[in-house]
Design a protein around this ligand. Structure first.
Ligand code: PLP
Length: 406
C-alpha cells in the first residue's frame, strides 16, 4: 500500500501553516512542489560547479558540461528516446511548442496546408499554431470533445487529409483530466502522412511516457510540472525531422561557423539551443526524474488514481456539485462548480482554510466556451497528497456553500 507520508518529509513546504491551518496543496497541475534533493542540486550546482558549459577547457566548465550532457541522457532514458540528439532543452512546454510551430512551420508548411488541434488544448498548444498559420497562410482545424470530455476520434479521422501537416494534442488535459489515446491518434495521423506533437505537460508527472512506443514525432514538457525547477523544459523530436528543420533562434552555441557572408549551423541538438542554456536547471531536472523513478511511476499513477476516485465519490455527494470532465480515462484533476458560487469566491474561501486550488479558465478558454461557463475550481493531485486532505477540501466546500447559502 502506497504511503504518501514517507515522501512528504522530502517537501518541507508542505508542512507549512497557511492562516493558521495546515497547507493542503491541490494546485499541482499549475506547478508541483520541489523535493529537497532537487533544491540541494540547484544549491550545489551554484556553490560547487558553476561555470559556463561547452566552450571552456578548465575543470569547472568541463564538469558542468558533463553534468548538463548527463542530464540530457537522463531525459532520453526517462522518455525512451532513441538518441540524446533528440532531446532539446527549452524554457518549458510553451517555448518547445513555439519552437516546433516556427521551425516545423517554416520548413514544412505552405499556404492551404492544415494543422489540427483539439478543443481541450492549453492556450500554449493553440496560439503558436494560429501564429504559424497566419504567417504561412495555413489553416487551423479543431477536433471537439463530448460533454464528458472525451475526444471525438471520428471527427479527427474526418478532418485528416493529404494537406494535414501536423496534429497537436495534449496527452492529458489540464482542465478536464482526460487522458487522450495518443498512440492511436499518432497511428491515425501517420496514415495521412501528418506528424504528431504531443503536449506532455500534464502527463509526464503522472504516466510512464515512452515516445517510441507512442511513435510521437514531437513530445514536449516542463520540468516544473514534474518536481523540477522552473525555467527549463524539453522538446523531444525525431532526429530525422529535427535534422531538416531550420533553427528557431540564432546566437552562440547553435553555430558551426560564422562569417558575414554565411553562417553554418551546429549539429543536433545544439542547433536549437542558442545562447547559454540553463545548465543548473538541467541537472536539477535530472535529479527530479531520478526521484520520481525511485518512487515508481506505476506507484504514483495508482495512488493518484485512488485519490481521484475518492475525491469524485466524496465530492459528488455535495448538493449542486457539477464536475467538468468525466472521461473514463482520467488523470488526477478535478474541475468543478458548486451551484452559483463563482469559482473565484470558492477559491478565496478555500484559501482562507489553507487549501490551494486554482480558479478560472486554466488557460483553456475553448473548454470553458464548450460548457458555456467562465471558469471552474480545479483541484489537482500529486503522489504526496492524502485522502485526509480531500476530506479537508470536502469540508471547505461545505463551509463555502453555507456562507453563500447555495
Ligand atoms: N500545456 C498544458 C497541458 C499545460 O497544462 C501547461 C501549463 O499548465 C502548458 C502547456 C504550459 O506549460 P508552461 O507554462 O510550463 O510552458
Amino acid at each position: 500500500m502506497f504511503n504518501p507520508d514517507i515522501y512528504r518529509h522530502d517537501f518541507p513546504i508542505l508542512s507549512q501553516q497557511i492562516y493558521g491551518k495546515p497547507l493542503v496543496y491541490f494546485d499541482n497541475a499549475a506547478t508541483t512542489q520541489k523535493p529537497l534533493c532537487v533544491v540541494e542540486k540547484i544549491k550545489s550546482g551554484y556553490l560547487e560547479q558553476n561555470a559556463n558549459i561547452h566552450r571552456g577547457v578548465h575543470f569547472l566548465s568541463e564538469r558542468a558540461t558533463e553534468a548538463h550532457e548527463a542530464a540530457r541522457q537522463k531525459v532520453q532514458q526517462f522518455i525512451n528516446a532513441n538518441s540524446s540528439n533528440e532531446i532539446v532543452f527549452t524554457r518549458g512546454t510553451t517555448e518547445a511548442i513555439n519552437l516546433v510551430a516556427f521551425s516545423f512551420g517554416e520548413t514544412f508548411c505552405k499556404a492551404d496546408d492544415e494543422i489540427i488541434v483539439t478543443e481541450m488544448e492549453h492556450h500554449s498548444n493553440i496560439v503558436p499554431w494560429q501564429m504559424m498559420c497566419e504567417r504561412k497562410g495555413a489553416i487551423l482545424k479543431v477536433v471537439h470533445f463530448d460533454d464528458n470530455g472525451v475526444l471525438n476520434i471520428e471527427e479527427l479521422r474526418s478532418l485528416l487529409n493529404e494537406k494535414t501537416k501536423l496534429v497537436a494534442i495534449a496527452q492529458v488535459s489540464n482542465t478536464l483530466g482526460t487522458i487522450n489515446p495518443v498512440k492511436e491518434i499518432a497511428t491515425i495521423a501517420h496514415q495521412y502522412g501528418a506528424k504528431v506533437l504531443i503536449d506532455g505537460a500534464q502527463s509526464i508527472p503522472h504516466i510512464k511516457v515512452d515516445v517510441q512506443s507512442i511513435d510521437a514525432d514531437f513530445f514536449v514538457f516542463s520540468a516544473h510540472k514534474i518536481y523540477g525547477p522552473t525555467g527549463i523544459g524539453v522538446l523531444y523530436g525525431k532526429e530525422t525531422l529535427l535534422e531538416k528543420m531550420q533553427p528557431y533562434q540564432g546566437g552562440g552555441e547553435m553555430i558551426q561557423k560564422v562569417t558575414f557572408e554565411k553562417t553554418t549551423y551546429n549539429e543536433l541538438p545544439f542547433k536549437f539551443e542558442a545562447g547559454t542554456p540553463d545548465f543548473i536547471g538541467s541537472t536539477a531536472l535530472a535529479e527530479a526524474l531520478n526521484y520520481v523513478e525511485k518512487i515508481g511511476m506505476a506507484n504514483i499513477a495508482e495512488h493518484e488514481h485512488q485519490l481521484l476516485c475518492y475525491a469524485q465519490e466524496k465530492l459528488s455527494a455535495i448538493e449542486k456539485m457539477r464536475f467538468f470532465g468525466n472521461s473514463p480515462k482520467k488523470s488526477g484533476v478535478l474541475s468543478f462548480l458548486v451551484g452559483n458560487i463563482h469559482p473565484y469566491d470558492m477559491g478565496s474561501i478555500l484559501d482562507k482554510l489553507g487549501i490551494a486550488v486554482r480558479t478560472g479558465h486554466h488557460c483553456a478558454q475553448p473548454v470553458m466556451d464548450h460548457f458555456g461557463i467562465e471558469g471552474t475550481v480545479r483541484a489537482s493531485f500529486s503522489f504526496y497528497n492524502t485522502k485526509e486532505e480531500i476530506d479537508i477540501l470536502y469540508n471547505g466546500i461545505l463551509r463555502a456553500q453555507k456562507m453563500f447559502k447555495n
